[in-house]
Ligand binder design. Structure first.
Ligand SMILES: [Zn+2]
Length: 161
């Protein structure tokens, strides 16, 4: 699968919830997304990044592949930290993004089972990043206001836009 790059309009749209029990394409989608993520050396990928309007993410932090359908962050820890983030859909640059260091995330497995993930540090950051994609939010939208112009310029230069 090809990863869409900013400014693709698909990346700006809110993706729709999936019906896990009656969507036979989900398993193939997740498999293809995982392949694409590994090919691109990413640690997370959201379905809109491959042009699919579904609330599905895959991620691999600590050498364990996981997929989550309809993920929702139900709790953001109070403590936040700013760290540089890259994105397969915003290639060539990194952006300092403030994120909670701890989140609680709910969602469904491919089998339709409810799952709750208590995540910290890198996993917490990846989940916030990927779920942002499902809401049409990119790291460019999260960068500090006074840096936005310079970051957009750097992105355009890196991608010959
Ligand atoms: Zn991304």
């Amino acid at each position: 699968m090809d990863v869409l790059h900013h400014p693709s309009p698909v990346l700006k749209a809110r993706a729709h919830e999936v019906d896990v029990t009656s969507d036979p394409a989900l398993r193939d989608l997740v498999r293809a997304m995982a392949e694409t993520m590994y090919e691109e050396s990413g640690i997370g990928l959201a379905a809109p990044q491959v042009g699919v309007d579904k609330r599905v993410i895959v991620f691999d932090v600590d050498d364990r592949l996981a997929a989550l359908c309809n993920p929702v962050i139900v709790e953001f820890g109070e403590e936040t930290v700013v760290d540089d983030e890259g994105c397969l859909s915003v290639p060539g640059i990194t952006v300092p993004v403030e994120r909670s260091t701890r989140v609680v995330c709910t969602g469904l497995t491919l089998e339709g089972r409810d799952i709750t993930i208590e995540a910290e540090d890198l996993l917490a950051r990846v989940l916030q990043h990927e779920i942002d994609h499902l809401d049409g939010v990119l790291i460019l939208d999260r960068c500090p206001g006074d840096m936005k112009k310079a970051i957009v310029r750097a992105y355009n230069e890196a991608n010959n836009l």
